[in-house]
Design a protein around this ligand. Structure first.
Ligand SMILES: Cc1ncc(COP(=O)(O)O)c(C=O)c1O
Length: 198
Protein backbone atom coordinates (compact mmCIF):
# COMPACT_ATOMS: atom_id res chain seq x y z
CA UNK A 1 0.00 0.00 0.00
CA UNK A 2 1.33 3.41 -0.95
CA UNK A 3 1.74 5.96 1.83
CA UNK A 4 2.09 8.79 -0.67
CA UNK A 5 -0.97 11.04 -0.89
CA UNK A 6 -1.55 10.64 -4.62
CA UNK A 7 -3.91 12.80 -6.66
CA UNK A 8 -6.52 10.05 -6.36
CA UNK A 9 -6.87 8.29 -3.00
CA UNK A 10 -8.38 5.26 -4.75
CA UNK A 11 -5.56 4.32 -7.07
CA UNK A 12 -1.80 4.77 -7.16
CA UNK A 13 -0.21 5.76 -10.47
CA UNK A 14 2.39 3.48 -12.08
CA UNK A 15 5.83 3.80 -10.52
CA UNK A 16 8.52 5.43 -12.67
CA UNK A 17 12.00 4.06 -12.00
CA UNK A 18 14.26 5.48 -14.71
CA UNK A 19 14.32 7.71 -17.75
CA UNK A 20 16.35 8.53 -20.82
CA UNK A 21 15.61 11.59 -22.93
CA UNK A 22 11.84 11.74 -23.36
CA UNK A 23 11.28 8.10 -22.32
CA UNK A 24 10.27 6.99 -18.82
CA UNK A 25 10.68 3.38 -17.69
CA UNK A 26 8.09 1.97 -15.31
CA UNK A 27 8.63 -0.62 -12.56
CA UNK A 28 6.69 -3.21 -14.57
CA UNK A 29 9.12 -2.83 -17.48
CA UNK A 30 6.95 -0.71 -19.75
CA UNK A 31 8.40 2.40 -21.38
CA UNK A 32 6.33 5.56 -21.78
CA UNK A 33 7.14 8.38 -24.16
CA UNK A 34 6.68 11.62 -22.20
CA UNK A 35 5.95 13.74 -25.24
CA UNK A 36 4.73 16.79 -23.29
CA UNK A 37 7.66 16.98 -20.83
CA UNK A 38 5.59 16.27 -17.69
CA UNK A 39 3.27 19.22 -17.18
CA UNK A 40 4.72 20.75 -20.36
CA UNK A 41 7.34 22.71 -18.44
CA UNK A 42 10.28 20.24 -18.23
CA UNK A 43 12.65 20.37 -21.17
CA UNK A 44 16.05 19.01 -20.11
CA UNK A 45 15.09 15.35 -20.38
CA UNK A 46 16.11 12.35 -18.33
CA UNK A 47 19.60 10.94 -17.97
CA UNK A 48 21.38 14.06 -19.15
CA UNK A 49 24.82 13.24 -17.74
CA UNK A 50 26.20 16.75 -18.10
CA UNK A 51 23.35 18.14 -15.98
CA UNK A 52 23.53 15.27 -13.46
CA UNK A 53 27.30 15.73 -13.08
CA UNK A 54 26.98 19.50 -12.55
CA UNK A 55 24.24 19.00 -9.92
CA UNK A 56 26.32 16.34 -8.15
CA UNK A 57 29.50 18.42 -8.16
CA UNK A 58 27.73 21.50 -6.84
CA UNK A 59 25.90 19.53 -4.12
CA UNK A 60 29.25 18.10 -3.04
CA UNK A 61 30.85 21.55 -2.92
CA UNK A 62 28.12 23.75 -1.43
CA UNK A 63 24.55 22.55 -0.95
CA UNK A 64 22.81 25.75 0.07
CA UNK A 65 23.53 29.43 0.62
CA UNK A 66 20.78 31.43 2.29
CA UNK A 67 20.15 34.55 0.22
CA UNK A 68 19.72 36.72 3.33
CA UNK A 69 23.43 36.26 4.02
CA UNK A 70 25.24 35.00 0.93
CA UNK A 71 25.51 34.96 -2.83
CA UNK A 72 27.11 32.04 -4.68
CA UNK A 73 28.95 31.32 -7.91
CA UNK A 74 26.05 29.33 -9.46
CA UNK A 75 23.56 32.13 -8.68
CA UNK A 76 25.85 34.82 -10.09
CA UNK A 77 26.68 32.80 -13.20
CA UNK A 78 23.05 31.92 -13.92
CA UNK A 79 21.96 35.54 -13.45
CA UNK A 80 24.68 36.64 -15.89
CA UNK A 81 23.47 34.05 -18.38
CA UNK A 82 19.81 35.05 -18.04
CA UNK A 83 19.94 38.82 -17.88
CA UNK A 84 23.57 39.73 -18.63
CA UNK A 85 22.52 41.19 -21.96
CA UNK A 86 19.52 42.98 -20.46
CA UNK A 87 16.83 41.20 -22.50
CA UNK A 88 13.83 43.51 -22.79
CA UNK A 89 15.46 45.84 -20.27
CA UNK A 90 15.60 43.16 -17.53
CA UNK A 91 18.65 43.67 -15.36
CA UNK A 92 18.38 41.34 -12.36
CA UNK A 93 17.25 37.78 -11.66
CA UNK A 94 15.47 36.55 -8.52
CA UNK A 95 15.74 32.82 -7.95
CA UNK A 96 13.07 30.60 -6.45
CA UNK A 97 12.41 26.87 -6.54
CA UNK A 98 9.09 26.59 -8.38
CA UNK A 99 6.64 28.35 -10.63
CA UNK A 100 4.23 28.81 -7.73
CA UNK A 101 6.92 30.55 -5.72
CA UNK A 102 7.81 32.71 -8.71
CA UNK A 103 4.22 33.91 -9.00
CA UNK A 104 3.96 34.60 -5.27
CA UNK A 105 7.25 36.50 -5.38
CA UNK A 106 6.20 38.53 -8.42
CA UNK A 107 2.89 39.52 -6.77
CA UNK A 108 4.80 40.72 -3.71
CA UNK A 109 7.50 42.38 -5.82
CA UNK A 110 4.90 44.33 -7.80
CA UNK A 111 3.27 45.45 -4.56
CA UNK A 112 6.56 46.46 -2.97
CA UNK A 113 7.60 48.37 -6.07
CA UNK A 114 4.48 50.53 -6.06
CA UNK A 115 4.65 51.13 -2.31
CA UNK A 116 8.25 52.28 -2.68
CA UNK A 117 7.50 54.69 -5.54
CA UNK A 118 4.67 56.23 -3.54
CA UNK A 119 1.65 54.55 -5.18
CA UNK A 120 0.38 52.29 -2.37
CA UNK A 121 -3.19 52.44 -3.73
CA UNK A 122 -2.21 49.88 -6.39
CA UNK A 123 -3.46 46.57 -5.02
CA UNK A 124 -5.19 44.89 -7.95
CA UNK A 125 -4.17 42.08 -10.26
CA UNK A 126 -5.77 40.95 -13.48
CA UNK A 127 -5.39 37.43 -14.88
CA UNK A 128 -6.26 35.78 -18.16
CA UNK A 129 -9.20 33.43 -18.51
CA UNK A 130 -8.30 29.83 -17.70
CA UNK A 131 -4.85 30.89 -16.54
CA UNK A 132 -3.04 28.68 -14.05
CA UNK A 133 -0.14 29.91 -11.96
CA UNK A 134 0.47 27.26 -9.36
CA UNK A 135 -0.53 25.44 -6.21
CA UNK A 136 -0.39 28.24 -3.68
CA UNK A 137 -3.29 30.43 -2.60
CA UNK A 138 -1.89 33.70 -3.96
CA UNK A 139 -1.30 32.08 -7.34
CA UNK A 140 -4.76 30.51 -7.27
CA UNK A 141 -6.31 33.87 -6.40
CA UNK A 142 -4.52 35.44 -9.35
CA UNK A 143 -5.45 32.72 -11.81
CA UNK A 144 -8.60 32.54 -13.90
CA UNK A 145 -9.42 28.85 -13.72
CA UNK A 146 -12.97 28.54 -12.29
CA UNK A 147 -12.78 24.78 -11.66
CA UNK A 148 -9.57 24.99 -9.69
CA UNK A 149 -10.75 28.04 -7.75
CA UNK A 150 -14.25 26.81 -6.85
CA UNK A 151 -13.59 24.98 -3.57
CA UNK A 152 -11.25 27.67 -2.26
CA UNK A 153 -13.16 30.73 -3.42
CA UNK A 154 -13.93 32.02 0.13
CA UNK A 155 -10.22 31.92 0.96
CA UNK A 156 -9.07 33.84 -2.11
CA UNK A 157 -8.57 37.56 -1.74
CA UNK A 158 -11.55 39.48 -3.03
CA UNK A 159 -12.28 43.13 -3.01
CA UNK A 160 -12.26 44.13 0.64
CA UNK A 161 -11.78 47.26 2.71
CA UNK A 162 -8.13 47.44 1.72
CA UNK A 163 -9.14 47.43 -1.95
CA UNK A 164 -7.21 44.24 -2.73
CA UNK A 165 -8.74 42.40 -5.62
CA UNK A 166 -7.98 39.76 -8.20
CA UNK A 167 -9.99 39.91 -11.40
CA UNK A 168 -10.17 37.78 -14.50
CA UNK A 169 -10.01 39.46 -17.90
CA UNK A 170 -13.04 37.53 -19.11
CA UNK A 171 -15.12 39.13 -16.41
CA UNK A 172 -14.51 42.41 -18.17
CA UNK A 173 -15.34 41.05 -21.60
CA UNK A 174 -11.80 41.13 -22.88
CA UNK A 175 -9.19 38.51 -23.55
CA UNK A 176 -5.57 39.64 -23.59
CA UNK A 177 -4.05 39.72 -27.05
CA UNK A 178 -0.48 38.55 -27.43
CA UNK A 179 -0.21 40.59 -30.62
CA UNK A 180 -0.61 43.87 -28.77
CA UNK A 181 -0.02 43.29 -25.05
CA UNK A 182 0.53 46.96 -24.18
CA UNK A 183 -2.62 48.06 -26.01
CA UNK A 184 -4.63 45.25 -24.47
CA UNK A 185 -3.44 46.13 -20.99
CA UNK A 186 -4.30 49.79 -21.46
CA UNK A 187 -7.75 48.84 -22.75
CA UNK A 188 -8.23 46.47 -19.86
CA UNK A 189 -7.18 49.03 -17.26
CA UNK A 190 -9.66 51.52 -18.69
CA UNK A 191 -12.50 49.02 -18.37
CA UNK A 192 -11.50 47.62 -15.00
CA UNK A 193 -10.73 50.81 -13.11
CA UNK A 194 -14.30 52.22 -13.06
CA UNK A 195 -15.73 48.88 -11.93
CA UNK A 196 -13.34 48.52 -9.07
CA UNK A 197 -13.81 52.07 -7.86
CA UNK A 198 -17.56 51.66 -7.42
C1 LIG B 1 2.59 29.96 -15.80
C2 LIG B 1 2.83 29.01 -14.67
N1 LIG B 1 3.00 29.52 -13.44
C3 LIG B 1 3.21 28.70 -12.39
C4 LIG B 1 3.24 27.30 -12.53
C5 LIG B 1 3.43 26.44 -11.32
O1 LIG B 1 4.70 25.93 -11.28
P1 LIG B 1 5.15 24.88 -10.18
O2 LIG B 1 4.38 23.63 -10.44
O3 LIG B 1 6.63 24.77 -10.40
O4 LIG B 1 4.83 25.45 -8.81
C6 LIG B 1 3.07 26.74 -13.78
C7 LIG B 1 3.14 25.28 -13.93
O5 LIG B 1 2.64 24.67 -14.82
C8 LIG B 1 2.86 27.60 -14.88
O6 LIG B 1 2.66 27.10 -16.12
Amino acid sequence: MSRVLHRSVRTAPPRAVAGQGIHVTLADGRTVMDASGGAAVACIGHGNQRVAKAIGEQAGRLAYAHTAFFSSDPAEELADLLVGERPGGLTNAFFVSSGSEAIEASIKLARQYFVEIGEPQRTRFIARRQSYHGNTLGALATGGHPGRRRVYEPLLSAKDKSGAAFGVAEEFGLEASMADPAGTLADLAERVAPRWSR
